[in-house]
Write a protein that binds this ligand. Structure first.
Ligand code: SF4
Length: 177
């Protein structure tokens, strides 16, 4: 049987979902016997690879780089999982949405609430550009499975991965319209 190619992506989230993935502890050794981690914030890989079987996306879509990476991941992955509540619903990351436009938000954060002589970072190509609104992943690309939780617990992550490794439909599946 060929080895499963797994990727994980960290977009607009706190990394807590990836920490929960690492909480799988010794089961990660079993996982490594069946699968290759081909892209992840915990692996030193610069470009999202082609021919990925399963991609877990942590975090919401908050800036132009998230948007671009989500589309690349969708094109190159058979299965996309919205991994955790920020990916599923926007959650904490989307709390900025009611606060105004990105310009208003940056003004508040860098100047009004910190330093009246402060400067808003503006380095095209270096500092990502905030989108008008933070969006859950499924508003940007089609998602196959949703794993809710903030973060999802390690046993639920394991249940999802075990199902996908054996070609079964995960019982944790929650589909949104
Ligand atoms: Fe962090 Fe919770 Fe969002 Fe995961 S769902 S990235 S743990 S805030």
């Amino acid at each position: 049987m060929s080895r499963i190619r797994i990727a994980t992506i960290w977009l607009g989230g706190c990394s807590g979902c990836h920490m929960s993935l690492l909480d799988l502890d010794e089961w990660l050794i079993e996982l490594a016997a069946q699968a290759d981690l081909v892209y992840s914030p915990i692996a030193d890989v610069k470009r999202f690879p082609s021919h990925v079987d399963v991609t877990l996306i942590e975090g919401a879509i908050a800036n132009n780089e998230h948007l671009e990476l989500a589309h690349i991941a969708r094109r190159n992955s058979k299965i996309i999982v919205s991994f955790g509540d920020c990916a599923v619903s926007g959650n904490v990351t989307a709390l900025r949405n009611p606060l105004g436009s990105p310009e208003q938000l940056l003004q508040q954060v860098y100047i009004e609430h910190s330093d009246p002589r402060g400067k808003i970072p503006h380095e095209p190509g270096i500092v990502p550009v905030l989108l008008d609104k933070v969006m859950p992943v499924h508003q940007v690309i089609p998602v196959d499975y949703y794993l809710s939780g903030c973060p999802p617990s390690a046993p639920r992550i394991r249940a999802l991965l075990e199902a996908l490794l054996t070609g079964r439909k995960p019982e944790v599946d929650i589909r949104f319209g």
